[in-house]
Design a protein around this ligand. Structure first.
Ligand code: ZN
Length: 496
């Protein structure tokens, strides 16, 4: 096949599948927010048909032949086209190495596993879920064997979500984070939870809109809707939909989920226009994406400087329920309390929840541990790292959906986000001045956003996450930036 023809097939196929995925994203957003329940069945059929079309295109012989041909003819491609090809080929090879009957069995068993997990979590019945979990583990072991990705078996899974990341690099990073976090945690006194503030849903909506304007999210190229489990949905660069959940007696939940999803949204809105319609118009990796949600949510959004100048407006929008006392609000939103549930964890202990999951996953795939051993392992690690023991599996190993859907290797990207975020923030502070001086005013936040657009967001997937980090910060992943930040922060909050 001629280079020109192969290139045309590659670019056209990618563009068409992107369009189908945009329609699918919109349908998914719709079903999670405003869709009426009686349309569920018909909607599922529409989704199935579109997803089928996309799959046919992505795995078509013509697409595969074009990618194979371009693999031999890379000199006929521009640097950008070469990158488009590399990313597409990586994904294509992963798919091609799995026989289609194995893939179909996996798709079916995954649905059954997710359903079994729902029931098991509701009824606190790990035993009924165990065989499904074992199947998910076995499928992944088989995929790892077929993929032939260099490194340890678990590396092949990490590589799906964080291209280029390896356990060899991650182990010492997480060991450092674990030891430092436990040391800081050990010095924090336990205290009772503060009395809840009850803020009406309508007021919380106004607060959410205001916060998005404050951080520079373009509300003409996106919006905010309520949902059950907050997420960000990118239809395309001009339509980025954020979601949040309004809990009257817990306004902090929507405040910080809006800032979190807002960070994801800023990244998506600011990918360079030249990447539109290509497979590079996304964030660099799950970890890099998460670094931005957490930078806006935690590093800026939970800082004293951010609220010092905004607490008056927040108090006003809350109808006076949240007192206009920045110091009190700062302490409230930075309380540390070891807990059982990951998604409710504070900024410090959150990483411990991730390290438990990471170490378990690594042992499953690198040491051959099976599903039957996992509940006891989970509980003993929670006891050791967090000092809490789950009273049942619902609040323990059954709490997260990921493993039931066969997703292993995803969890570490949450903590990678915290690590990348702190390292990027430290470099930014050297260039622009301290967050202390920037977070309080619109101009300061604007300069942070401009810096991130210029050095990170615009690149989309043009570069690998490790490459971007080194280009931005001048070094490879270094956990000291996060642990130094945590140490400084909690010394200030608790006067340690
Ligand atoms: Zn996120």
């Amino acid at each position: 096949m001629q280079t020109i023809e192969a290139k045309q097939i590659m670019l056209d196929t990618i563009k068409r599948t992107r369009s189908l995925h945009a329609a699918l994203a919109l349908l998914e957003w719709d079903s999670m927010t405003v869709a009426p329940p009686k349309g569920e069945q018909a909607r599922a059929e529409v989704i199935g048909a579109l997803a089928g079309e996309a799959f046919v295109l992505e795995t078509s012989e013509a697409f595969g032949e074009a990618l194979d041909a371009l693999n031999e003819q890379a000199e006929g491609l521009s640097p950008l086209e070469r990158r488009i090809h590399a990313v597409a080929y990586r994904e294509y090879l992963r798919n091609r190495r799995i026989p289609s009957d194995l893939y179909q069995a996996w798709a079916t068993d995954k649905e059954l596993s997710a359903a079994a997990w729902h029931r098991a979590k509701e009824e606190d019945d790990f035993a009924s879920f165990q065989p499904h979990l074992q199947k998910m583990i076995d499928y992944n072991r088989e995929f790892i064997r077929l993929w032939q990705i260099p490194g340890s078996p678990y590396d092949a899974l990490l590589d799906i979500y964080e291209p280029g990341m390896r356990t060899e690099q991650l182990d010492p990073v997480f060991d450092h984070l674990l030891a430092e976090t436990r040391e800081i945690l050990g010095r924090i006194p336990s205290q009772p939870a503060p009395a809840p503030l009850v803020v009406a849903e309508e007021s919380q909506r106004a607060i959410g809109q205001w916060l998005l304007e404050e951080i520079g999210f373009d509300l003409k190229a996106g919006n905010l809707f309520p949902t059950e489990h907050p997420f960000t949905c990118t239809v395309h660069h001009g339509d980025v939909r954020l979601t949040t959940k309004y809990i009257p007696e817990h306004p902090e939940s929507s405040i910080f989920s809006v800032l979190h999803e807002g960070g994801h949204g800023l990244y998506e809105q600011n990918v360079d226009g030249k990447l539109r319609g290509t497979n590079l118009a996304d964030g660099a990796s799950m970890g890099m994406h998460e670094s931005q949600s957490r930078l806006w949510e935690n590093l800026l959004g939970r800082s004293m400087a951010f609220w010092q100048s905004r607490i008056g407006r927040l108090s006003e929008l809350s109808g006076g329920v949240i007192p206009a006392d920045a110091q009190a609000f700062y302490r409230r939103i930075n309380q540390v309390r070891p807990s059982l549930i990951r998604i409710e964890a504070d900024e410090l202990t959150y990483n411990l929840h991730i390290i438990v999951r990471y170490q378990i996953e690594r042992r499953i795939f690198n040491e051959g541990i099976d599903a039957d051993a996992l509940p006891a392992l989970w509980n003993s690690m929670y006891q050791e790292y967090l000092g809490v023991v789950p009273p049942n599996d619902t609040q323990g190993i059954l709490q997260d959906v990921h493993w039931s859907q066969g997703s292993f290797g995803y969890f570490p990207t949450y903590s990678l986000g915290n690590l990348y975020g702190a390292q990027i923030a430290a470099t930014m502070e050297k260039r622009l001045g301290s967050f202390e001086s920037l977070a309080g005013n619109g101009e300061g936040l604007g300069s942070i956003l401009s810096y991130l657009k210029e050095n990170l967001y615009r690149y989309g997937m043009e570069k690998e996450p490790g490459e971007l980090l080194t280009a931005m910060t001048g070094e490879t992943l270094n956990p000291s930036y996060l642990t130094d930040y945590l140490r400084r922060k909690y010394s200030a909050v608790y006067g340690l």
